[in-house]
Design a protein around this ligand. Sequence first.
Ligand code: BGC
Ligand code: NOJ
Length: 840
Amino acid sequence: MEQQKRYGHFDDQHREYVITDPQTPWPWINYLGNEDFFSLISNTAGGYSFYKDAKFRRITRYRYNNVPMDNGGRYFYIKDGDTVWNPGWKPCKTPLDFYECRHGMSYTRITGKKNGIEASVLFFVPLKKWCEVQKLTLKNESSETKSLKLFSFEEWCLWNAATDMENFQRNFSTGEVEIEGSTIYHKTEYRERRNHYAFYHVNAPIQGFDTDRETFVGLYNEFADPQAVMEGKPRNSHAHGWSPIASHYIEVTLKPGESKDFVFLLGYIENEQDKKFSAPQVINKDKAHALIGELDTTEKVDKAFAELNALWDNLLNIYKVRTGNDKLDRMVNIWNQYQCMVTFNFSRSASFFESGVGRGMGFRDSNQDLVGFVHQIPPRARQRIIDIASTQFPDGGCYHQYQPLTKRGNNDIGGGFNDDPCWLIFGTVAYIKETGDFSILDEMVPFDNQPGSEVTLFEHLKISMDHVIKNLGPHMLPLIGRADWNDCLNLNCFSWDPNESFQTTENVSEGTKAESLMIAGLFVVTGKDYVNLCQRLAVRGKGLENTPAADISLTSNHSPLTPAFFSAEAERMQQAVDAMIDAVKKHGWDGEWYLRAYDFYGRKIGSNECEEAKIFIESQGWCTMAEIGAEDGMVAKSLDSCKKYLECEHGMVLNNPAFTKYIYEYGEISSYPEGYKENAGIFCHNNPWVIIGECLAGRGNDAWSHYAKILPSYVEEKYQTLHKVEPYVNCQMVAGKDAFKPGEGKNSWLTGTAAWMWYTVSEFILGIKPDYDGIRIDPCLPETATDYTVNRKFREADYEITIHPNGQQKGVKAITLDGQKVDGTVIPYSPGKHTVEVTM
Ligand code: BGC
Ligand code: NOJ
């Protein structure tokens, strides 16, 4: 194969991706922050920060989809004689003698060198603090003394990122700042309803500053040549309205070999209502002073950085594999888990493809994201489940999204996506299996956040299942509603108005026959989980003796949740699951694969009879995961059909053949050009469903070959230019075989792909599966797999599990736990350190 240009490489030892050329084919970004204060940062230091919510609490400004791309960020300008440069190359783009960007676990370090000066900036958000640290180290590597002029730069967003981009008649008059020593405070709207402000500080005396953008940049200049910098003269401007910024000016002299650190801090402060001001019009800066005091020296910053690294050591120590295959190990041990944490934190709200204003936290998205991080931070997973369930409606339906700042359901998007309820079971079961904490089911959780409406979380699960059962169509298959997992399969939408969103347009629900095979499969998978859960609750405490929450005392004023109730409930739901399986076999099978849906009129979608889009991936994934009709050969045929019709060099496409025209009855799916997004793109998110189907069917070779096709580390070398987006994380979509440019990736970072890739590899391929009573071992491997070891912390236990595949794809022959033979495939949980040997 032709040698492609490379822009970087993995450094596994430091858990970093090292970018060595700033002109990547697309900005390659990273995320800073783990709770509350977050930043996005590109390989040239572009990006922005926000507090909790990228829409309602944006701290710095960013210009999406601009010219040039990736416009706005935290920029350091170094003026050395007549040369002005930035350590991250942009925005001046002065050619550098050396450039490197290291994206690590919640930090980024960018280093540039020019004319004997090295400037290295470490960016991170310290744990539990509301600020971004930018530690700049300037070093004189030349043999002469250097006198430099250093300018920092941040541009304030006027908090609401949406109105900031449009309501200029107001915005241009509201901006306000204060300057105190080396700190620039941004206090727009603080005089009225806001109780929060931001600041930009440096731990050194400054010789000047600017806070008015036009004064600093010059109306006809650009970020690449700000007037103040080019002339080497700050204007000490004080912003009144227009666009407030923060720029420090520092004169630095460095002897040969000398180096100096500067700690810049971008902070966010909230004050109590009655403590907002220290004098009329003067903001109360006590908390800002305190925060600055915690991070005003290199030593303090280095300590905070060490704490952050220690957190990641711990998080990544919970599941660690050694297979001897670096490409696999680095994804499993580092990047896949890291991406899962990022998707948990951001859901689908803020990336370089998600503008932070459009979408909050998705109901289904966040439940899925849970399986990606529940092993690392169970308490936050628990809280997330409660938050999500609190937005549910009393009939089991759900808001499709909620805003992280308010945790309220998002009225703009509404509900009616009929797969949503099932995901609550998916997330909750994953949580309980990991932690053994059944007490979560006891939590009182409201509907639509209405105080007084609380019922137990268990009842939320129950009404979730019931929502599906109560919304069946003519074939006894689930009605799709507004859409199922595929937000673009809008079978009740019928839109001819291009200004209408497919997701929120008035749905025609009356008389609809539109049913979803994807929800059918999902219902069977989660229904089995629910039945299993009820059976366990019926024999309270059984098998849970060693778990922290062995005593389950479910009470509720809605229905008496007694053991007898749970037995009956398990039976009731088993019947519903069986009925669904029958319905799929009878009305959901097309001969070689599962149908995808029935449309409004009851016509087949995803059938050989259709002109286009004869086969879809979602129903193959979910119905094979549900193992529907496995005994009749349906699963094997469906999986073979995926290989035959959906698979291509870059992964499996969503549907085949692609739609070539808009179909009024189908909605957004047919609005996309061939091969993109939901119209026959490789929607990486649903490839793992088929892979899990393969694993359950014991077809390890096939599972692995599908998996490797969308595994970033495998794609890395091949596609540094074709793929375009970050080679260290999955993207939502890779252009499919019908696209103009197959293999081109888009929408990186925030995608359910992260959690699904993790779930697939950790539990189904490597086969380490948390279960109520312990860890189930059931790998499914390519026959070329060699011995490997997984270190898995589980509740209070620490297992070292070595698997000897012996050329087998599936089937565990023998397990020993600390030398003793174990019956079956579950290692019974007991606290402490254990050694496990598994022979296949
Ligand atoms: C996209 C979907 C997405 C939806 C969200 C559509 O345009 O294609 O992937 O889920 O918007 O509203
Ligand atoms: C992206 C959305 O976030 C997700 O919820 C949806 O399932 C997929 N797109 C497919 O439409």
